[in-house]
Ligand binder design. Structure first.
Ligand SMILES: Nc1ncnc2c1ncn2[C@@H]1O[C@H](COP(=O)(O)OP(=O)(O)OP(=O)(O)O)[C@@H](O)[C@H]1O
Ligand SMILES: [Mg+2]
Length: 215
């Protein structure tokens, strides 16, 4: 096991956790999956943060009260790390990973309800099932501004602005993966979103030259 429980607290073993993630990665992405040495500094940060080791999270330069934004070039492994890391957690603590493109399609279909759907503390997709409050918005910037009956809306910007208010009032956590840098984010979503994101999320940046891990 990669963890044990002591006084109602889960204690994680770092090396065994990495082995566990690698095993899951191989099962999902194929046998070539392995955690690379060059990614270890980032993996350490995300690990400490994910398991809620506040002391090490702070040592690693992250604020445990904020979410994460993983930035980096195409295929460097952002989405897979977000997917795999949360597998270390008990299932009740898993959060949905929603592709921003899918959210823009949902807006086209369902309209402004979608903004509400993703900016509530918790909400039901089907009666009885509650989605946890944390959401990871995958591939920020890859969506288009689709229209719902002729009204166009920067849905993702609206969702992020609403979630910021809930971050302030209720500590709502938002995670993001993106190929965009801060300047691109400002261009696409405006200054208000950029400024709020700075306060809401810890920046975790892959090197610009990080390799594309897609085969
Ligand atoms: N550590 C790894 N070792 C081997 N292959 C990997 C690793 N991480 C990811 N991959 C492979 O690379 C593919 C791309 O990874 P992932 O989707 O996480 O990248 P990304 O940074 O989210 O890319 P994009 O910016 O296009 O969304 C995965 O589908 C997987 O097959
Ligand atoms: Mg991705």
């Amino acid at each position: 096991m990669h963890y044990y429980i002591k006084n109602n607290t889960i204690i994680y073993n770092f090396q065994k956790s990495l082995d566990f993630i690698t095993k899951k990665g191989k099962a999902i992405y194929g046998h070539h999956f392995q955690l690379l040495n060059e990614d270890m500094p980032l993996i350490r940060k995300i690990f400490a943060y994910t398991i809620g080791d506040n002391e090490n999270t702070i040592i690693q330069g992250l604020n445990p009260r904020k979410g994460l934004i993983l930035c980096g070039p195409i295929g460097c492994g952002k989405t897979s790390l977000m997917k795999l890391m949360q597998l270390l957690l008990p299932i009740q603590q898993h959060y949905p990973i929603k592709a921003c493109r899918d959210i823009s399609f949902e807006f086209q279909k369902d309209g402004f309800d979608v903004i509400h759907r993703y900016s509530k503390r918790s909400f039901a997709i089907t009666p009885g099932s509650k989605i946890p409050k944390t959401v990871c918005f995958d591939d920020l910037g890859a969506e288009q501004n689709l229209k719902h009956f002729g009204s166009e809306c920067n849905v993702i910007a609206e969702i992020l602005l609403s979630r910021y208010d809930l971050f302030i009032s209720d500590n709502l956590i938002t995670h993001i993966t993106t190929n965009l840098d801060a300047a691109d984010i400002e261009k696409m979503y405006g200054q208000r979103v950029r400024s709020r994101l700075r306060e809401m999320v810890n920046l975790i940046s892959f090197e610009e030259g990080a390799v594309d891990k897609r085969k």
